[in-house]
Design a protein around this ligand. Structure first.
Ligand code: QAP
Ligand code: CO
Length: 168
């Protein structure tokens, strides 16, 4: 297992659209293990393969306090069930240190494959529903900062670019 490097906003590679996984094999399971190790080490509650520069439709999530609820979503498909929305202060491992309120659909169904390649579906609520939508956005090249005002987004971009210059 390995902790992978996480791409940070405004890295253009985060805008890549991920491709569906064709076969859930050992290669995919090894990547999933590395993604969990990377997410837990950060620590974070969700990570999309796009964030570690692998442009395939794979997401890992664990919203528990003790690493006890690992969830894998391969080729996730989200359906919005009604018009209800709710707001959450979102962060992102690719935008460390910044949190902004984002409004998203509250009731969704997600269909995906698990780490064995078996199909499953769930109707998550609350933080889990937010997290799945946030991670699915990464697979589409989209970031939570795309939902906030251009002024706020550009401020965050400037601060991130300054940090990246300092660290190089
Ligand atoms: C996505 O985000 C998410 O700024 C997962 O300095 C977040 O794991 C979905 C993190 C909130 C819904 C609600 C962020 C770690 C972790 C930071 C994360 C940071 C260190 C973010
Ligand atoms: Co994120």
């Amino acid at each position: 297992m390995a902790v992978l490097e996480i791409l940070e906003f405004p890295d253009p590679r985060l805008r890549t659209i991920a491709k569906p996984v064709k076969i859930v094999d050992e290669r995919v399971r090894n990547l999933i293990d590395d993604m969990f190790e990377t997410m837990y080490e950060a620590p974070g509650i969700g990570l999309a393969a796009s964030q570690v520069n692998v442009h395939e439709r794979i997401v890992v999530i664990d919203t528990s306090d003790d690493h006890s609820e690992p969830l894998v979503f391969i080729n996730p498909e989200i359906t919005v069930l009604d018009q209800d929305t709710f707001q959450y202060d979102e962060g992102c491992l690719s935008v460390p240190g910044f949190y902004e309120t984002v409004e998203r659909p509250q009731h969704i169904r997600v269909k995906a494959l698990d780490r064995n390649g078996d199909a499953f579906e769930m109707q998550p609520e609350g933080l889990l529903a937010v997290c799945i939508q946030h991670e699915n956005d990464h697979l589409l090249g989209k970031l939570f900062v795309d939902y906030i005002s251009p002024l706020k987004r550009n401020r965050i971009r400037s601060k991130m670019e300054k940090l990246h210059k300092q660290n190089n």
